[in-house]
Write a protein that binds this ligand. Structure first.
Ligand SMILES: [Zn+2]
Length: 248
């Protein structure tokens, strides 16, 4: 079987037997793939720091006939996000990016826009030291690129345009946004400001969104909406969501 070489982002790794690791990585060419890194726990010579969470690497691996797991041959570190994770909030934010990507990306399907999104968001968090603006951008684009972002300007039930100066309503059990007429009891609201922000984030790149005035409270309703869309799509809860909510 041929040895493949690709740029990749490490999404997750965990121990296998005494010495090996199982690694889930997002290959730029081949999409999300899982493989065995033999002896990675005993010897750092072959893989070095390349298998750390979210390392951007050049990876060589071998497909194995009729086996789901490929065999990792070597790994060259292109860009490490390890040091930035000494900040606890950034570590939680990075785990969230890794979890959402790992869960949303289908197996073995390349998605170059998603690949660039992850790197853009990690670099912006590292550069700016702040997480809420990049995470909001990430959530919005991740849901869009995964193909299930509902319209943000119309009621999904009746199709009416949402009023620009009043909130929209949403809940965890049903998809999309609703107008004042179609809302149901116990719904959460998405503010006009957050919908305007979502439009801006769809129209421009993350570094062009001004960092001023950002904190945890800004666009919290939008992140809640996006997380609920993701969780409904996955039919499971995100482990990192409560960790993010606990941050100051
Ligand atoms: Zn409606």
């Amino acid at each position: 079987m041929p040895v493949r070489e690709t740029e990749a982002i490490i999404l997750r790794s965990y121990p296998l037997k005494e010495a090996d690791k199982i690694v889930s990585f997002f290959a730029r060419v081949g999409g999300k793939t899982r493989g065995v890194a033999p002896n990675a726990r005993r010897s750092v010579r072959r893989f070095g720091a390349g298998l750390e969470l979210l390392s951007h690497v050049r990876l060589r691996y071998q497909e194995r006939e009729s086996q789901e797991l490929v065999r990792l041959e070597s790994c060259e570190l292109l860009e490490s996000f390890f040091d930035a994770q000494s900040d606890y909030a950034i570590a939680v934010a990075f785990s969230h990016v890794a979890e959402v990507a790992e869960q949303l990306l289908p197996e073995r399907e390349a998605n170059d826009a998603f690949f660039r999104l992850i790197l853009l968001v990690l670099e912006e968090i590292r550069r700016s030291g702040e997480i809420w603006r990049p995470l909001t951008y990430f959530g919005l684009w991740a849901v869009h690129l995964a193909g299930f972002l509902p319209p943000l300007d119309a009621c999904l039930r009746c199709g009416a345009a949402l009023e620009p100066d009043e909130p929209a309503w949403f809940r965890s059990t049903s998809e999309g946004l609703r107008c004042r007429v179609c809302r149901t009891e116990g719904s959460s609201t998405l503010s006009p400001d957050s919908r305007t922000l979502a439009r801006q984030m769809r129209a421009t790149s993350l570094p062009n969104i001004p960092a001023e005035g950002w904190g945890k409270r800004r666009a919290a309703d939008l992140r809640k909406f996006l997380c609920q869309e993701i969780e409904r799509h996955l039919e499971r809860r995100l482990v990192t969501r409560p960790q993010l909510e606990e941050l100051a």
